[in-house]
Design a protein around this ligand. Structure first.
Ligand SMILES: [Fe+2]
Length: 367
């Protein structure tokens, strides 16, 4: 990659491809004290108020810097390296972390220990990388007092409040508004599929666990759907195309959102799964298409519920499970309330929290 100067025009050359850099694009990047606040790196001027006809009067390229004098009298001195960084336009912080497929053979996964200064540590950096690799992570030794879950969430980013509140208590209770608040077995599902946007990450903190059942279960939606794509491409395809309605009703709210069960990015790679077969409503389609759709949904459900893909483990008090609600499906085995108490607290955060924290730690720790 190279920055070149020719007849007062700046060129960017990469892999034999040479393109002129628009003078206005460069003018927007003036960084002198009167143009850029050093602390926030925010502009002190509004580029939409500038004359569009910005030209370069004079430019010099040295080893490290590009210096320009524009026709409105303003000067720019920009580090070539920073300019080059901007040209590798893509934000690779998360994309560069390769997702690791896993199934029930995943016996040993790395746990992390909560400790002092955890939120500014290399350990949290490594934890976040592991989270993006596997779609979940377990943190041990997290204090259980004073709704610490909220403090934990807000120390990574910000709690995403839902109609279940800032955080929610998971214990069996009379007249529950969700099956989570019973002692019943819960098959693998994703949370809040009826929300727009769906909360990205769920935190679940074990406060008390005196029962022998109530094990947590996890399934990797990425592994399952990638396998389905190979084993049965037609069924996979229809699940990536048909949008179904997810619906949740409570006394004070009706929440609805439409989505495919397997949502893809523009480049057809995995983006998100939603699965909650008690809450989805399939649209009216041609009978043949619905035949196919119901077959596909059944197949997907069989895979999500199969032992081949499920890991099962017991959460002990002070364990905090952090799971990607766009990738992991979670559930639990049933338990007997006569054996004692089982009490978990949960809340949600969004991807901007984990991404923001990861970028901050990389910057701070020079990683
Ligand atoms: Fe859930």
């Amino acid at each position: 990659m190279k920055i070149e100067l020719e007849d007062n025009k700046i060129y960017f050359e990469n892999k034999g491809l040479k393109k002129e850099i628009h003078p206005f694009w460069l003018r927007e990047r003036v960084n002198g004290e009167e143009f850029l606040d050093k602390g926030t790196q925010q502009r002190l001027f509004d580029p939409t108020h500038l004359d569009n006809n910005i030209l370069i009067n004079k430019a010099i390229i040295t080893k490290k810097f590009l210096e320009i004098n524009f026709n409105d009298g303003v000067n720019l001195k920009l580090e070539i390296e920073r300019l080059a960084q901007e040209f590798s336009n893509e934000d690779n912080t998360i994309k560069s972390i390769k997702k690791i497929k896993w199934d029930s053979s995943l016996k040993k996964f790395k746990n992390f220990n909560y400790e002092n200064n955890f939120f500014e540590s290399k350990k949290l950096h490594d934890l976040l990388i592991s989270f993006y690799q596997f779609g979940f992570v377990i943190i041990k030794n997290v204090p259980t007092e004073d709704n610490f879950i909220v403090k934990f969430a807000n120390s990574i980013g910000s709690v995403r409040r839902t109609n279940f509140g800032e955080y929610f208590d998971v214990k069996s209770k009379p007249a529950p508004n969700d099956l989570a608040y019973t002692s019943l077995h819960l098959s693998p599902h994703t949370d809040n599929p009826y929300r727009n946007p769906v909360p990205c990450i769920q935190l679940l903190h074990c406060i008390q666990n005196e029962v022998s059942g109530g094990h947590s279960t996890l399934v990797d939606g990425f592994t399952v759907t990638e396998d389905l794509k190979i084993e049965n491409p037609d069924l996979y395809k229809i699940l990536t195309e048909v949008k179904v309605k997810f619906k949740f009703i409570d006394k004070e709210v009706v929440l609805e959102d439409w989505s495919e069960l397997i949502k893809l990015n523009d480049d057809k790679t995995f983006k998100q799964v939603r699965f909650s077969p008690r809450l989805d409503y399939v649209p009216v389609l041609d009978k043949e298409k619905l035949d196919m759709y119901y077959r596909a949904r059944k197949k997907l459900s069989e895979m999500y519920n199969s032992e081949k893909y499920r890991i099962e483990f017991r959460l002990e008090p002070k364990d905090l499970l952090m799971m990607d609600n766009y990738r992991s499906l979670h559930g639990r085995t049933s338990f007997d309330t006569n054996e004692g108490d089982r009490f978990l607290q949960g809340c949600y955060i969004d991807y901007d929290s984990t991404e923001g924290k990861l970028k901050h730690l990389k910057r701070k720790l020079n990683l």
